[in-house]
Design a protein around this ligand. Structure first.
Ligand code: B12
Ligand code: SF4
Ligand code: SF4
Length: 461
């Protein structure tokens, strides 16, 4: 029965149905070698030092620049878009004098957790297909034969993956079909702003951007489950290892060019991915698989003569259209940058205390944006535009309690309160100076420096 039907198209269609059922807004497929142009552009970005303190970008460049090198056995990359379109205009929060602006993606639950679950659900489904030797779809039973993992696979390493052997199938069982059975999955983690994040527990340091997980280090070479390894004899061409790796956080994968190659949209002049049917409020996720799936047609660019995103940027972070100097981007400065921010950039930060959305919010293609489907990504109470004076008083425990389950927790109290001080300094409200009082001698030098700067700025106008 195996190979009776050309499997790729039917398997892809069934996977797309699973993706939609799981809640993804869009799915596309490309080959791992579909983005040859990205390597040179990444090299130029790094050579110019535009990654700033994000040293992990350079350290992992060999994998990042070439998805085929990350996992040589992969035949297809499945790219997925998750919508988080806000129901308000984020620009309304910019410039509020006594409140901080928090970027939309950080107002709800940590998206990594949400997207990770969805990606795992899909990956379990794919792994289940491999285990069963085919799938049962509207077309009837379709046999599939995944490619056997050959030499050159990513090196195995210590296990700190999100999923352990035997865990698959115990939670979130796929809706139907072979995926119900346990399947060992290979798991690694891509990300919005890399570094150890959503899996952190109270007591761990809320640090971002230190390093990214490598395929072998993340324990993503989890072997197949016992059911796969030992029992079933129905699937003679059973793969020696899992046919799928999920990238749900901090993996060295260039998700935007891959998503463009997979037809989800194009990288706009603000460098983010946007689509005519998606807008730009989307997160990206990737699944690498040994299955041969027919690739989609790459999307072409539709920015035309528009330059709204370039013009609105408060810190002039775009040296040219389609290029970003992260060192000037408020998202980088408030989330990734450790220590004092260059004084010349502080006024431009305004009241943005975590991330920045200006270039996304202004994009005219958002009028076609799909609505966010997951309420967990909607703003949690008090997370949109919180009061600066209250935030300035947060100690470590208070910070952790306030931002439990939020991506904000990752940056830790010190960096967050540093940002709050900059916002107070930019508020033009001398009365807020009282909240800075104890912070000028804060044990964290970044906070103390920011508080002193803010005090002077409030006093001198
Ligand atoms: C590092 C990083 C950052 C850094 C650097 C951002 C950047 N633009 O590189 C900082 C901290 C600043 C950042 C900020 C944000 N990030 Co971020 N970030 C990443 C990360 C981890 C890697 C991105 C990367 O590889 N950058 C390196 C550069 C070289 O790559 P690039 O941007 O693709 O560069 C391309 C262009 O320069 C282009 N190019 C260069 N020259 C030319 C010339 C022409 C003619 C053309 C056409 C193209 C072109 O080619 C390059 C390669 O494709 C990704 C996750 C991932 N693993 O991909 C998330 C990711 C890009 N971030 C994301 C988000 C949501 C954000 C923020 C919106 C968060 C916020 N609200 O604060 C902001 C947006 C800021 C912005 N305008 O980009 C999402 C974007 C989703 C989307 N719709 O695209 C991602 C994909 C995470 C995810 N999984 O969803 N981020
Ligand atoms: S996120 Fe903000 S600071 Fe960064 S490039 Fe966009 S508008 Fe500029
Ligand atoms: S604002 Fe204009 S230039 Fe920028 S990404 Fe959107 S369409 Fe392209």
């Amino acid at each position: 029965m195996e190979g009776a039907v050309p499997p790729g198209a039917a398997l892809k269609a069934a996977l797309a149905r699973e993706a939609q059922a799981a809640g993804f807004a869009k799915m596309g497929v490309c080959r791992p070698d579909a983005i040859p142009q990205a390597a040179g552009r990444l090299d130029a970005f790094l050579a110019a030092g535009r990654h700033g303190q994000m040293g992990w970008m350079a350290e992992r460049a060999a994998w990042r620049r070439d998805p085929a090198a990350l996992w040589p056995a992969a035949r297809s990359v499945v790219m997925l878009a998750e919508s988080y379109t806000p129901d308000h205009d984020p620009l309304d929060d910019v410039g509020l004098a006594e409140r901080g602006a928090v970027s939309v993606y950080a107002q709800g639950r940590d998206y990594h957790d949400v997207v990770k679950k969805r990606l795992k659900r899909l990956a379990r489904w794919l792994a289940g297909v491999a285990e069963a030797g085919g799938f049962d779809g509207p077309e009837g039973w379709v046999a599939v034969t995944p490619v056997r993992e050959a030499s050159g696979e990513a090196p195995a390493g210590r296990g700190m993956g999100d999923m352990r052997e035997g865990e698959a199938g115990s939670r979130e069982a796929p809706a139907r079909g072979p995926g119900r059975r346990g399947s060992g999955l290979a798991v690694s983690r891509p990300g919005l702003d890399p570094g150890p994040r959503g899996d952190m527990e109270p007591g761990e340091e809320g640090e971002t951007g230190d390093r990214e997980a490598l395929p072998g280090e993340t324990g993503n070479r989890v072997p197949l489950s016992k059911t796969q390894g030992a029992s079933s004899s129905a699937h003679a061409a059973k793969p020696a290892v899992s046919p799928v790796k999920v990238f749900v956080d901090t993996a060295p994968v260039m998700e935007k060019p891959l998503a463009q190659a997979a037809g989800l949209g194009w990288q706009g002049k603000h460098t983010n991915l946007l689509g005519r049917d998606l807008g730009n409020w989307i997160f990206l996720g990737a699944i690498f698989t040994t299955f041969d799936l027919p690739p989609d047609r790459a999307e072409t660019e539709h920015c035309g003569s528009c330059r709204k995103c370039l013009d609105i940027c408060p810190t002039d972070a775009f040296p040219a259209p389609f290029e970003l100097d992260a060192r000037r981007c408020i998202s980088y400065l408030t989330i990734e940058h450790r220590g004092p921010v260059d004084e010349s950039l502080r006024p431009g930060i305004g009241n943005r205390i975590y991330g920045c959305d200006d270039c996304l919010a202004i994009c005219p293609w958002n009028k076609f944006a799909v609505a966010g489907r997951d309420m967990r990504l909607a703003p949690a109470p008090g997370r949109r535009a919180p009061e600066l004076a209250a935030l300035a008083g947060l100690d470590d425990a208070g910070f952790r309690a306030a931002f439990s389950g939020s991506p904000i927790k990752r940056i830790g109290r010190d960096r967050f309160v540093r940002n709050v001080c900059y916002a107070i300094g930019n508020s033009g409200r001398p009365a807020l100076g009282a909240a800075l009082g104890p912070l000028v001698s804060d044990p964290d030098p970044g906070v103390a420096d920011a508080a002193r700067w803010a005090k002077i700025r409030l006093e001198t106008g």
